[in-house]
Design a protein around this ligand. Sequence first.
Ligand code: ADP
Ligand code: MG
Length: 156
Amino acid sequence: MKEITVVVPTAEDMRELGLRLAGLLQPGDLLVLTGGLGAGKTTLTQGIGEGLKVRGPITSPTFVIARVHPSLAGGPPLVHVDAYRLGGFAELDDLDLDASVDESVTVVEWGEGLAEGLAEDRLEMIISRGDGPGEERRVRIVGVGDRWADLELDRG
Ligand SMILES: Nc1ncnc2c1ncn2[C@@H]1O[C@H](COP(=O)(O)OP(=O)(O)O)[C@@H](O)[C@H]1O
Ligand SMILES: [Mg+2]
């Protein structure tokens, strides 16, 4: 397990973090985002989508629990899941996501305690309010499994 914490001063920086992260992502990757309402989970996902060059818009899936954003550049699609209303792993499993997890980049908001069953390796991103002034956030990024053992997010 490997982890780093990044300070994210603004919403734009959160997008930028997602964009940078997208450069490291490959099919089969699972990202589990944790953080309260308004933490910045969707904003981060928008940056990831931009980096992956998928078709948008990426929004909070209010009524739709999962959305597939196909790549516009021949890369993997982004599967964006909002697990907030899901009652448990059985319901997440019922979405039949695991059929596509291998070929997609899957990002699950509110997935803590649920999404772990989708793949053994995952990147957990825990967003909290920063100590600094204004809109600062802190993102704890924890890589679980071999996939993330050599994660070098702090490099450029
Ligand atoms: N540092 C920051 N990181 C992320 N979002 C921020 C930040 N500062 C302000 N914001 C704002 O906070 C809100 C986060 O909303 P959203 O990404 O939908 O959160 P969530 O999906 O976690 O509920 C957006 O309006 C965004 O512009
Ligand atoms: Mg959201």
